[in-house]
Ligand binder design. Structure first.
Ligand code: SAH
Ligand code: SF4
Ligand code: F3S
Length: 442
């Protein structure tokens, strides 16, 4: 079969799609980027905001015309929205052949082959721990960048969030599993590994929702093991929940030279009242204390974050506190989301009281602050020399390559002969753009 896969949502979904693709190839199928030549179209969907669901549904509905032309074509929805809606999605979209949830992704090849053969519609959304290992050891070969999902699911139940409902309870892969997969990736040429989880810092805590004691952090121990792998140059991770930064974990971050000094630390809001309503288990003060601690232990560390604007009842005053916190921390990147009520999540029981226009206004204000801050952060680096892991030819200019610094700034530069993806090189920064840096190899 020739299969087309389209992915919506987060890096976890990207990783899952990669694993699905690898499994299809291993079973003798072929992948394509051209939906018109495919025998099967797979949509790996996201439920985190209403817009994400509408996008995938719109695309699948639109493809009815392909199916009209080619009745043999199989169309399937997998992932988070598939999990949330199940049979309802089959009812809603009559030309959809199957729905496979997040707990059954490891069975996808068999299901696809079965649908193609029997032409019967299938809905499979049971939760299963098998997906943990089933989606693991199929990392794509080639390339210098690899991703490993070290945990799946989430136990935090932030009141706005659908993830715990569509991804199930939090489970961690064993340390030896993760280390073995990392070694395999490195043997295959990978130089940078990104560890994924809804709360990576809860790795190995067996789903316990209490933050770890000062001296406990299986995640810290995992980082130390990975740090010792020869040939691996960089380790990144996303996202950790702020209160899980025990002293033990911070010590590991300090001692592991391969672990990048850039932390994606979702804050969501700077107002204690809103944080409480979100069921985030910290105050703005608590959050800032962790930031101070991390800065003290990790010189030069940069932070990025996620923020929600327009949570139910968010006042101008609440928003001002968020804005103030963002400026105080001085994030080098922030992802700002307009609140979207998710049926099933607790906050959806309250009216979505902040008008769309106000959400948009708050969004724009934070984007403006971010742009000004980033411009300054980039300008400050002109004249300095930074270490960059080469990623390959720039998408915008084929004479240039791009790479990233340890602190996650994007750098464009002219390549030298023999430069390979995954090489670590020193770049002298000559010029700053509005979102990236430009320099030359030293
Ligand atoms: N597990 C990650 C976040 C996953 S969802 C973490 O906690 O770090 C990514 C981001 O989407 C969240 O951090 C939040 O800012 C945003 N988000 C989640 N649910 C949302 C909703 N209902 N409306 C708007 N934004 C939402
Ligand atoms: Fe959602 Fe909160 Fe879990 Fe992140 S930690 S996935 S925001 S419930
Ligand atoms: Fe990711 Fe969206 Fe699912 S953000 S975990 S793909 S709901």
């Amino acid at each position: 079969m020739v299969v087309y896969i389209k992915t919506y949502g987060c890096q976890m979904n990207e990783r899952d799609s990669e694993a699905i693709g690898a499994r299809l190839i291993a079973s003798g199928h072929r992948l394509t980027c051209d939906e018109t030549e495919a025998d099967a179209l797979l949509f790996n969907t996201c439920s985190v905001r209403d817009a994400a669901e509408r996008k995938a549904k719109g695309k699948i509905s639109y493809l009815k015309k392909l199916k009209d032309r080619n009745p043999e074509l199989v169309i399937g929805a997998v992932g988070c929205m598939a999990q949330r809606l199940g049979e309802k999605l089959l009812d809603e979209i009559p030309h959809l052949d199957f729905v496979v949830g997040t707990g059954q992704l490891h069975r996808i090849v068999g299901i696809l082959e079965q649908v193609r053969r029997d032409r019967k519609r299938i809905c499979s959304t049971e939760e299963s721990a098998d997906v943990l290992t089933g989606m693991g050891d199929h990392a794509a070969a080639g390339g210098a960048f690899g991703q490993i999902a070290i945990t799946r699911g989430c136990n935090r139940f932030c009141s706005y969030c659908i993830v715990p409902y569509v991804r199930g309870r939090e489970i961690s892969r064993s340390e030896s599993d993760v280390v073995d997969e990392a070694k395999r990736l490195v043997d295959g040429g990978v130089r940078e590994i990104l560890l994924l989880g809804q709360n990576v810092a809860a790795y190995g805590l067996n789903g316990n929702t209490r933050p770890p004691e000062e001296n406990v952090s299986p995640f810290g121990e995992l980082l130390e093991k990975l740090n010792a792998i020869d040939g691996l140059l960089r380790i990144r991770y996303t996202s950790p929940y702020v209160t899980y930064f025990s002293d033990r974990l911070i010590a590991a971050l300090r001692d592991c030279e391969k672990v990048c000094r850039n932390i994606h630390l979702p804050v969501q809001s700077g107002s204690d009242r809103i944080l409480k309503a979100m069921n985030r288990q910290y105050t703005a003060q608590d959050y800032l204390r962790y930031v101070d601690k991390l800065r003290a232990a990790l010189p030069g560390v940069t932070f990025s974050t996620d923020v929600i604007v327009g949570f139910p009842d968010e006042t101008d005053e609440d928003f001002a506190m968020t804005r103030d916190l963002l400026n105080r921390v001085g994030y080098s990147q922030s992802f700002i989301f307009k609140y979207s009520p998710r049926p099933g999540a607790r906050s959806a029981q309250r009216p979505d009281s902040v008008p769309a226009s106000v959400k948009e206004e708050r969004n724009q204000i934070l984007l403006g602050d971010l742009a000004a801050r980033v411009e300054k952060m980039l300008a400050d680096q002109v004249g300095s020399t930074v270490e960059v892991l080469a990623e390959g030819v720039s998408r915008r200019n084929e004479n240039r390559w791009t790479g990233r610094t340890d602190s996650n700034f994007v750098v464009h530069f002219e390549p030298r002969d023999g430069l390979k993806e995954g090489d670590l090189i020193k770049i002298r920064i000559r010029r700053a753009g509005s979102v990236s840096l430009f320099g030359e190899i030293e």
